[in-house]
Design a protein. Structure first.
Length: 283
C-alpha cells in the first residue's frame, strides 16, 4: 500500500510549505514528493531547495519562467510522472501547491482503494475560505490514482481543457469507479478556478462532449453558487461557446469521438430520467 505524490507549483511560497509538510507528516507518508516548479519568480525555489536538502524524499523539477499559464499544469504533472518512472508504487497522488491535508488523509484513501479493486480514483472534499466544495466527484488536487489504471490510459493527462474530468470518464469507460470521500476534508487555500476565471471549465464541457442542455444547466447552477458567482458563470459560458464555435487555442480541441459519445449518452440518459421524474411530480 505505497504511493508517491506529484505537486505542481508556481510562485507558491505562501502555501507550498504547508502542502509539503502535510504530505511528509501523513500517517502513511509518500515514498517521494516530486515538486514541479513552473518558473517561480518569488522565493519558492529557495523554499524547495531547503526541503530537498533536508529530506531526500523531496525532489525538484525546475522549469524556466514563461509566465503563468494554466495550460501547462497537465504537462507538468506528466513530466513529474515520467521523471519518476523508477518508482513502482501501487498509487500516486496529485496535488496543487496550496493544499493542506490532515494526517490520516492518504491512509483513508488508500484503505478504501485497497478494499475495492474497482476504485481507480479517490479524493477527499476540499474546503476553501471555510466554504465546502459542492462537487460529487474526486477533486483534481488531492486525488489518489491507482497506478495500474493510470498506465492503462497512457500514463499522461491530455494537455487540453477538462483533463481532470477526462480521467474520471476514462475510469467509467473501463468499468471502474471514482469516488469522493464526503467526510474526509482538506484545505484548498486559493479559491478554486481563480487562475483562469472559469473560462476553461466552460471550454471543457464542449471538449468532453457534454450534452448542450446539461452544459447550460451546469452553468446556471454554478451561477447560484457562492464559490462561483454569476460573473464567473458567464465566463464558463464564454469558454463553452469559444470551444463550440472553434478556437485557435489548441487547449480547446475535442477529445476522441468515443469518449465524447460516452459522455453525451450518459448525460442524455440522466436528462431523460430527470424529465420523467419532473413529469410524475407535476402529474
Amino acid at each position: 500500500m505505497s504511493y508517491w505524490a506529484a505537486v505542481v507549483t508556481r510562485n507558491g511560497s505562501e502555501h507550498v510549505r504547508d502542502t509539503i509538510d502535510s504530505l511528509l507528516n501523513q500517517d502513511v507518508a509518500p515514498k517521494r514528493i516530486a515538486v514541479v516548479d513552473d518558473g517561480s519568480t518569488d522565493s519558492t525555489p529557495t523554499v524547495l531547495r531547503n526541503y530537498a536538502q533536508l529530506d531526500d524524499r523531496v525532489s525538484i523539477i525546475t522549469k524556466p519562467d514563461r509566465g503563468y499559464d494554466i495550460r501547462r499544469v497537465p504537462a507538468n504533472i506528466n513530466q513529474a510522472w515520467a521523471q519518476n518512472s523508477d518508482l513502482t508504487t501501487d498509487y500516486f497522488m496529485i496535488s496543487g501547491d496550496d493544499c493542506r491535508y490532515p494526517p490520516n488523509y492518504a491512509i483513508h484513501l488508500l484503505a478504501r482503494m485497497e478494499h475495492d479493486s474497482k476504485l481507480a480514483i479517490t479524493s477527499g472534499r476540499p474546503t476553501s475560505g471555510g466554504i465546502h466544495s459542492q462537487e460529487h466527484s474526486p477533486s483534481g488536487s488531492g486525488r489518489m490514482v491507482r497506478s495500474s489504471f493510470w498506465r492503462a490510459v497512457g500514463a499522461a493527462y491530455p494537455v487540453k481543457a477538462g483533463w481532470e474530468t477526462w480521467l474520471l470518464y476514462k475510469a467509467e469507460q473501463e468499468g471502474l469507479e471514482s469516488r469522493l470521500i464526503e467526510d474526509l476534508e482538506y484545505v484548498h487555500a486559493r479559491p478554486r478556478g481563480a487562475a483562469h476565471q472559469f473560462v476553461y471549465w466552460g471550454a471543457a464541457m464542449e471538449t468532453l462532449g457534454y450534452h448542450p442542455l446539461y452544459a447550460v444547466g451546469r452553468i446556471g447552477l454554478n451561477a447560484l453558487k457562492p464559490s462561483v458567482s454569476p460573473k464567473r458563470a458567464a465566463n464558463m459560458l464564454r469558454g463553452y461557446m469559444q470551444a463550440k464555435l472553434g478556437s485557435d487555442d489548441l487547449f480547446m480541441t475535442h477529445y476522441d469521438d468515443s469518449l465524447r459519445y460516452f459522455v453525451w449518452r450518459k448525460q442524455s440518459q440522466r436528462i431523460v430520467r430527470e424529465m420523467k421524474t419532473a413529469l410524475r411530480i407535476v402529474a
